[in-house]
Design a protein around this ligand. Sequence first.
Ligand code: AMP
Length: 182
Amino acid sequence: MGPPGAGKGTQAVALAARINGAHISTGDIFRENVARQTELGQTAQRYMDAGEYVPDEVTNAMVADRLAQDDARDSFLLDGYPRTLDQVAKLDEILTDLGSTLDGVVALTVVEDELIGRLLERAKVSGRSDDTEDVIRHRQDVYRTETEPLLAVYRDRGLLIEVDGMGTPDEVGKRIADALPA
Ligand code: AMP
């Protein structure tokens, strides 16, 4: 977990490889569907372009399908999901049905000015339609309102592993590796 620009995607790829698990990024799955102009992609695009979350029913159904696939059976890393309290509840159900559990929730912390700076830099090269300044700022607000409350939920469950997300990707990756249980 972490606000937009915290480096979630970069760290998630590395961490999934380290645990030998399926890397499941809801943002990536939505972007692939947008590129292929599927029905899901057409629904998701409107929300993504506005910096809003895709509705929970749509996102939850997509994650339930993805987690049921073979490559996620032994181990998986969720990147960008859950992002709402409704998604937390649904994920609990999905995992119960699969007989699976979460081992930990890694949250990256980065100060807001740095986030906006990083995202504006990314905007120059990413071509992502949700990397404009207004949308970038709105996505931060949506994160604070909708997703930050999830940190307390996972802290109460004893699963939260907070990691300083400032510095280079390598530095942050090392911090994550050090913070994980052996
Ligand atoms: P990301 O690449 O994780 O920053 O996600 C890009 C966009 O995809 C987000 O701004 C949302 O519009 C959408 N999205 C990704 N994950 C979720 C989620 N768990 N719930 C709702 N919308 C999501």
